[in-house]
Structures are given as C-alpha cells and as structure tokens.
Design a protein around this ligand. Structure first.
Ligand SMILES: [Zn+2]
Length: 434
C-alpha cells in the first residue's frame, strides 16, 4: 500500500538539513518528496502536523545475544580486567545460549530497540553450543519485528578447530543465502585477533575475498589485543590483520580504542569502517577511543547495550566534552549518518537520504522544543533535546513497525514475560541465580 505523509519536517544529520514537505512512500521506497502532494484513491494519508521525520537509525555494532543479561547476578569475584570480563561474563553467557534463548534475545532486543527508532542492526553473534543455523534464528526473530540486519557469527579459536569451522561455515551459509534479501545481508564474523591464530585469520580473509564481503571484528578494544599481536606474532595489530586480508572495503572494525592516529588513517585507506562504542568502552574500563581520530568512514554502535542511538551519541559527546572544550557538536550525529552509508554499501541501496529512491526506513518524532529549530542549530537540538522518548512511529521498508509507541503485530507484554522466563533459565544454566 502507498502512504503519504503530509506536513512532515524532515531532518537529515549530514549535511544538516531540515525541510518542510510531504512524502509519498511506495513499494518500500520514498517515491516522491514535494511541498504539496495530493493523495490518490487507496493511499494511506497520515497528517504529521509538523512532526519530525528522520531516517531510521543504524546500530553499527552490537550483540543482540546479550539482551537477556540485564540484571543478571554478578560473577563470584568481580572481574579485574577486560579478559576477566570476557571470561567470567560474556563467554559464560554465550556458552549457555541455546535455540530458545538466542531467539528471545534477538526478539526482545529488536522490540526494545525499534521503539528507540533503530531500524537496522549490524549484529555480531556467538553461541558456541548452537552455531549451525544460529543466524537464521536471529533472522526469524528480527523478522517478527520487521527490522533489518547485517548478521555474522563470531568465528574464534577459543573452542577448538571443530567449532571454529562451524563458525566459518555458518558465516558462509548465511551470507550466500541472503545476497538478495530485502532485509538481511551476511558479513564474515570474527571475534578478535587475540582469539584467532594465523590459519583462522587466513580463512576469514579468504572468505571475505571470495564473496567480496567484509570482516566484522573487534579491534584494539583493550590494549591486550595490541600486545598479544606484538608478542605472539611480532606484528603490529593492524599489520597482522592486513597480512590476512581482514582490512578491506566493507570490513567493520569495532572499538579501535588503542590504535595510533597513523593506524586510524591506515585503516580508513583500506576502505574498512571503524565503529565507536562509547558506552561500552566506559563500562568495560578499556579506555576511551580518541574521538577526533575517527574519520569519514566511522559510525556508532552500542555493543550489546539496547540500541538507543540518541543516548549513545549523547553519552559519547559528554564523555569527550568532559575533558576537551573544543569537542564539536557535529561529531557524533555525523557518525550516526555514516551508519546509513555503511548499510548502503551492503545492500546496494541509498539508505538514510530521505530522497526519492531511498528505502522507506523512517522515524517520526514528537519533539516540541522551546527554542527555534534550524539547520544551523540542529546538532544542539539533537544532543541536548531529542531523545528516544520522542519516537512515536517507526516505519521499515514502507511498513509501520511501531505505531504510537506500540510494536505492531505482536503482543509485546507476552513476549517480554516469556523472555524473562528464558532469561532465568539461562542464568541458572550459567550457575547464577539470585
Ligand atoms: Zn562487541
């Protein structure tokens, strides 16, 4: 069905643009944008009365499998460093995941985040005891909510060769089965240099080359990743990744907290994307990535936190502004827009422009500021006024996924009640209970 949005105020974050217009949506795309469009018979007409329309947000790095970890009992003995956080928390959790908990993690995470206006998730999945078919389970859950995803499995050596190979196979299977899907693409998933030997990195690089895809991998999240490469392989981390073809166009490198400025530039020259995850960096005490070194191919992720990109941008801004009064308002909002370009590269369609031909992934905000909203002060409004609480409706691929803050087509309360039961069982399996 065609939809006409009347009296919209459209906002694009880069270059900052505000426009008052009507929008016609047809077959999942923005068909026309003009100051006045006349509805034809059979078209759904929605009068937005000046409400804001923005492109649906992209979460460029996350782990939906962590959705059921909220409120989980803490491990005995608090982690003392990043490796202990992995060992005591995340690697215990992913080992315990099974078909049902993978499904409810993805479903609960998607429901919560689409209400924040996030319409595409670039997910990095791990479930060592349920590898084969795991990406299809996530796809099925996300499809119930209607959101899009670029999915991959975190290949690693930590579970031995058999599991490593299952991880490689799962990436290859999902990628090749989703080359023309309207909502999904695959990438080649890799955990991090520190859990991947040379043979595994070589295989990952070969797969990316074979399918002209990118490798989604954690890079220099903690300094331990940098030191491990230098100590065991006598190579700087980025040189090691380059050696095996991991740094390439379409690769997605999360964190980069401990890269040098020269390495940032070097990575961007390869055509890879760098993903900044400010909340996660702060929460894991790994250090804070140098915001001003992120260049034109840098975007924002939430790394397992609910995918509220308003919050991620705001916290990233404040974390930097705390110690640098020159922090520009534009830096984080522009990174959000870059996420649209990343997704465009994978799907081969112009996401995030709100122009004719752009996929109809949009967010309607009910935002009534006490000051004038102009192109010139847009970033000030974005950082200091707009929040996910302003999100009223969300459309993905021309269909409303959220209407009046309710996810359509499912019983949200029932799903969350079931998810809580599944979470309790998951924690019990991990040997944790309140
Ligand atoms: Zn991550």
């Amino acid at each position: 069905m065609n939809t006409i949005l009347k009296n919209a105020k459209t906002i694009v974050l880069s270059p900052p643009t505000i426009r008052e217009c009507d929008i016609r949506i047809s077959e999942g795309e923005i068909a026309s944008v003009a100051s006045h469009l006349k509805p034809v018979r059979g078209e759904e007409t929605v009068d937005l009365a000046g409400k804001i329309v923005m492109p649906g947000f992209v979460c460029s790095h996350t782990h939906l499998y962590s959705s059921l970890s909220r409120g989980m009992p803490a491990p005995a003995g608090a982690p003392k460093n990043f490796l202990e956080i992995l060992n005591k928390i995340w690697w215990r959790l992913d080992e315990a995941l099974d078909e049902e908990s993978i499904y409810y993690s993805a479903l609960a995470g998607s429901i919560e985040s689409v209400k924040f206006g996030t319409t595409t998730f670039i997910d990095h999945h791990a479930s060592p005891n349920h590898i084969r078919g795991s990406l299809d389970i996530i796809k099925e859950a996300m499809s119930r909510v209607g959101v899009r995803g670029i999915l991959c499995y975190e290949t690693t050596d930590r579970g031995g060769v058999k599991r490593r190979d299952l991880g490689l196979e799962e990436n290859e299977r999902f990628l090749t089965e989703n080359t023309s899907n309207s909502h999904f693409r695959g990438a080649i998933g890799a955990h991090a240099s520190l859990t991947l030997g040379d043979d595994s990195l070589r295989k990952l690089g070969e797969l990316a080359e074979l399918y002209d895809s990118g490798v989604h991998i954690h890079v220099a999240e903690d300094n331990v990743d940098v030191l491990d490469s230098e100590k065991r392989y006598k190579l700087a981390l980025t040189e090691r990744l380059k050696k095996f073809g991991i740094l390439r166009k379409k690769s997605i490198l999360a964190h980069a907290v401990h890269l040098t400025q020269a390495q940032f530039k070097d990575v961007e020259r390869t055509g890879a994307w760098l993903i900044h995850n400010p909340r996660s960096n702060m929460n894991n005490a790994v250090g804070y990535a140098p915001l001003n070194w992120f260049g034109a191919r840098s975007s924002l992720g939430t790394d397992g936190f609910p995918a509220d990109l308003f919050e991620e941008a705001r916290i990233g801004y404040f974390r930097n502004a705390e110690s640098d009064f020159r922090t520009e308002f534009c830096r984080l909002p522009v990174m959000l827009h870059t996420g649209q370009k990343l997704v465009s590269e994978y799907f081969g369609r112009p996401f995030g422009t709100l122009a004719e031909g752009s996929p109809a992934d949009i967010v309607v905000l009910d935002y009534n500021p006490p000051t004038p909203l102009r192109t010139k002060n847009l970033y000030g409004h974005f950082l200091f006024g707009m929040t996910s609480a302003s999100v009223q409706h969300v459309m993905v691929d021309g269909n409303w996924s959220v209407w009046d803050r309710q996810v359509l087509g499912l019983d949200e309360r029932a799903v969350m009640e079931k998810a809580a039961k599944v979470a309790t069982r998951l924690w019990h399996k991990m040997g944790r209970s309140h």
